[in-house]
Design a protein around this ligand. Sequence first.
Ligand code: IPM
Ligand code: MN
Length: 351
Amino acid sequence: MKSYKIAVIPGDGSGPEMVREGVKVLKAAAEKFKFRLDFTEFDYGGERYLQKGEVLPEGAIEELKQYQAIFLGAIGHPEVKPGILEKGILLTLRFELDQYINLRPVKLYPGIETPIKDKGPEDIDFVVVRENTEGLYAGSGGFLRKGTPYEVAVQESINTRMGVERCLRYAFEYCRERNRKKKLTLCGKTNVLTYAFDLWERVFHEIGEEYPDIQKDYAHVDAICMWMVKNPEQFDVIVTDNMFGDIITDLGAMIQGGMGIAAGGNINPAGTSMFEPIGGSAPKYAGTNTINPLASICAGGMMLDHLGEKEAALAIEKAVMAVCAKDIRSLSAGKMGHSTEEVGDLVVGHL
Ligand code: IPM
Ligand code: MN
């Protein structure tokens, strides 16, 4: 029997409650499709930081590299200054594990309401491939004369040929394998960011020649925001840099019904990848058994797909779709008509 070592980081706020249901569904899928999942839990997050003053312990990265995948809840604690946990845990893991792709499907399931009038599941089904280790997130820059009236703050977008190329290549390959509209849209801002997106655009067309079967499309990020609302059906796969990808995937999450269902994968195709709900830790719902666990469950499905358990991944998606169509009233916390635990049980039931 195939077996996989999975590191679980429940994290903060509602993270542990969401992850519990995600793990429940993963265990049921493993049993049904005859493979083994060995889960090991790690306590990284706000609580640990407040108690020990440390975000990640020595050797954490090396240890996590021993796992085939990481299943993450959410990071973010109301008593910890913004930036410390995000940079110290989430971004450090993405960077140090070289998870250079952030894969974010935007798919409206039947039965789920989208805020976009007259659009349905047949219109909203695309995937954003977000570069995940460079751009404005690289941490390049600094202050000059901090705290004086002459203060300067610089934050640079780092775009390397290697980083841009491997991201674009992943997007082309993904688009080919997805085999839908076979259209890859580069989301940039070539009219203003004339260095960074010049590089992106050149490499896009250069390696695009190796993918004659893929239609190459380009749109500025502001226009993409407009089209995502007006004509989402025109998209198949969108590839973009780290910052634009961060922004447009929150918009994507909203048009697919909300943070209650939006999941993503931080992918290193040759290393340890990490799967998580896109939303935050929602501390105000922590411990109330009302948060929607479907995003975590979908992240689990993405993890199985990545590990090669395609059949199980598909079964989880189908079960989630059944829950969306038949069982729950809304994706919002407290309005589902079921508790967090019950939604996990419902998914297992459909499996
Ligand atoms: C996301 C989040 C993170 C990001 C934050 C928490 C650092 O918004 O995963 O999209 O900006 O990447
Ligand atoms: Mn974000």
